[in-house]
Every structure is written in C-alpha cells, then in structure tokens.
Design a protein. Sequence first.
Length: 578
Amino acid sequence: MPRHRLRLAILFSVLGACSGEGHGGEFEAPQAPASQTANPDRPTNILLILADDLGFSDLGAYGSEIPTPHLDGLAREGVLFTNFHVSPSCAPTRAMLMTGVSPLDAGMGSVPQLMTPAQQGQRGYEGQLAARVSTIAEHLSAAGYMTFIAGKWHLGATPEALPDQRGFERSFVLVDGAASHFSDGYGYNARKKQATYVENGQPARLPDSFYSSTYYADRVIENLEQAANDGRPFFGYLAFTAPHSPLHAPDDWIARFSGHYDAGFEAIAADRIENARQKGVVPAEAAARPEIKLSSRWNDLSQEQKADMARRMEVYAAMVASMDHEVGRVLERLEALGQLDDTLIIFLSDNGPDPSFQEEAPMNNAWIEQTFDNRLENYGRRGSYISYGLDWSLVSSAPFSLFKGTVGEGGIRVPAIIRFPDGRHAGDLYRDYATALDVLPTILEVSDVSADALIVGKGTIPPQGRSLISALERPGKGASLSTPAAWQSLGTRALQDGRWKARYIQPPLGSGQWTLHDLETDPNEANDVSSEYPDRLQTMIDQWTGIMQERGLVEPPPHFLSMILPSKRSDAEESKPD
C-alpha cells in the first residue's frame, strides 16, 4: 500500500450555517447561447442542480483546466458566488437545501452512517428529514408546481422519508450516500454492498446502459417534457452523484484526459489558483496556503505512483466534464421547450472534495480485492473501485485549506451559480457570504410562494436563511453576517462572525487548539492571529459553545476524527502480506 496516500476511511458529519449579504463584480466565462425573453405572465420554473463532492476550483469558471462550458455559460448569464458555504458533508447540506433550516433542526445533525450511540435517537439525529420541517417540494407542490427529483436522496430510507412522501410527485433516487455509477449497482462500502434505488416509492432496477450522470439527466428531461405537456410550472431537482467516489466515467470521456495530469499536484494547483486570481474569483492573497503535513510532493513519488495518481485524476476530470455535458443537454431541452428563460437555475456542490481512499479502509480491503478489477488500465471502468485521495482533493479545494468533512474553507466553501429567468445580474460576481440556507427562501421569493402560508401540516420550523434577491441588489452591504455561522464535523469546530473565523481541528489534520483567522486578508486560513486578538477568540469560542448548546448538539467522543483514521503503517508493516 503506497505510503503517499492518506488513509481516510470514511467521511463525515456536520452542522450548518446562517447567511449574509452580497458584493457584486464582473466575471468572464465562455459565451453562452443568446437568451430568449422571459414571459412575466408565466410562473417561474425552478431547476436545482447539485454536484456531489465537487471542489471549489473544479469548474472552468473558477479556474479549472477541466472544460465545463455549460456551467461556465450559466455563470456568464447569471451570478457566480465566491463565498458560498455549505455543511462539510452531503446529507446535512441536502437537508439544508430541502428545508431551509439547520441540519439539526431538520433531523440530519450528522451523516446517518456516522451517528454515535450517544447521538442516535436524540432530537436532531433522526437520520432522516424530521416531520417538524417542510421541504421545498412540499411548499411548491401545494402551490401547484409539478415536482420531481432524479439522483441522490440520502435523506432517509424508511417509506415515510422517501421523496414521494416529502412532496415530490415523481422521483427516481439513489437512497444511499454513494454507489457505483454503472448498472452493476454496487454500494459504497463493505457494510452496504448493494445500492438501493427507488422510483416513486417502489424498488427500482437499473437498465444495462445506466451511467449515473446520463441517466439522471434523461429522467429530468422526461419530466421537463411532461411538465410542458401539462402546462404546469415545475420544481426539478437534478442531484448528481458525480464526482463522488468510486470514480467512474465512460471510456471516451476518460480518454480525453490522457496525459493531462502528468505535471502533478503542485503544478495543477498553481495553475488553478493563478487562473482564479485572474478571473477575480479569489483575491491576490490566495496564492499561498498552509502545507498539509500528510500530503505528498509529486517529485517524491515513484514513476509507478505518478502513473497511478495521474490516472485517478484523469477519471475524476472525466466525471466532471461529462456531468457538465449532461447539464448542457438539460439546458438545451429547456430551450427547445421555450422555457429556459422562464426558469430559475441554481447550481452548487454539496461540500468540498473527498480526500479518502475508501478502497484502503480496513473494512473494505477484502471486499474490494475480491469484487473489483483495480488494475491501472481498468481504473474508472465498470467493475473498478477507485478514489483520488488527499493530494488531488487539495487541488480541487485550491486555494482553500482542507476538504470534505472538515470545517476548513476547502470543506465548506463551494462553487455556486444562480441564473435568474429575467437575466438580472448577468455576469455578476458575488463575493460576500451566502449559504445553502438561502436557497429555499430565494426559490420561494422568485416563485412568489409564501413559506408562512404554505407550512403544509407537518412543518413547524420556518426557513432560517434569507432570500438572496435583496442582497444582490445591494452589493457590498453584507460584509458582516447578521448572525454568526457555526459548524461541527467529526469533532472539528468553527464559528464565523463577519470577517473573523475561529476553528478547532484535531490532529492529525490540525493542532488540536482553537485558532483565529481574518478571512478578508487570509482566506486560506494560513495565519493564526489568536495571539494578537485573544479576547476575540475567547468570545467566539463562547459563542460557538452557546449556539451548539441552544441547538442541542451531541458531540462525538473526544478525538473522533483520529478514531476513524486508520493508523499509518510502518514500512515493515506495509511490506508484510495481508
């Protein structure tokens, strides 16, 4: 087992945030097709598109070398967000998007698979969307919208928790957190060897031709056509499982990236950061970031290791590019139906990139060895099981620190784009704080639906975010958050209050001490200024404690992060046969 890999066995858990207001700017991306004119008399359609584990710098619009022309075009015709925050892992972010409330209030205070015995059964840790909250689909369905979802759910597996019982008229979903992207239907790990797919509440089988991104886009297109035939406005949720591991892509997409990553981690990251700086997506201060002591240097790898790691990134890039292609197919169909410019389109990622090598987790070793063909030439194909690990995840999160499952900016700051149906704010760059909690209020305002009037029986907790409409109208007025934003993930903690962020990250990823960062001058969290502002840090620690007590946080055991990191083995141990 190569020493250069960080053996992160499994990821991660969360709490979520509160929102602020915006700052405008100009952004240049590839030219998108000319827009039609929105019809002011037609109800606004809503299309929410979610990527899975996509890093901040993985799109062309954010500086990536991966070609993503369709999403870049959305950015040109809409607003590109540079300070958009989510929870550190998937299920809690999805709960925020669906309900507009914090993960604890929604019942998803942690990823269900990682709930500890102390958390299980407690309020906030139901492991599925709680009855006390309403979903955006329930709101819009009550307002006459056709509602549909295709892709990943991960918000509960019991019959009452599935999409067809939470407001979605039509649904085809992967119930679990991850799975093979092909029709073999393998699950994510040895504890869940087969994935669960459900269509309209009933077990579903995959066609032989299934590839996740393509199939989910196909189902969304079918629903768009049905909504057009019915003459109804729609709320569509396209929840990709790309580029979540295991990394899979069609052969022709993988072939396009052959040799593209032979330059290695540092060179690709430096190019992305420079591209992002030139686009104005990150400030000049973003050029430097702290070294991660567990990461590798490309020139320290053997030729065999370089070939291995380059191929993994080729497959990852192929997943991102093919996902963009599928977004393009959906947009083309919307345009052909004459509805593109009557549709609010929101795109974002659910969290930062995944650093884990799931195939090296002890519980998975035997299953993967016996089940999958992981020869280098088979990487990314049906029957393989690979991920891309810590070093490439740091490239995906560039220029920010850390990754999925942590409270570093690389784990909670994601790419996000909103294209408005009337073309407002086209090409704007929004630099101030925004969050997944703001998505539902924004959708309700654009669709002219009142959440207060449409709490549909189950829900009693109103949305906690704010619509971004007014914030975008007042650029530069939202430098300070109206309410501090707090996170917890696997025992790592953070609180942001305006420009200031206090964070606590356990070893081996951090010092095990609270640190203080000025995000305006240090967005990479490279400089700890706690010695200069000890009183501010202590105040923020006290704020974090108070917020978490008020919300009912049940913390995992001390050093929980270390508990789920398999121990690094010595050279001698690595040389022994299993």
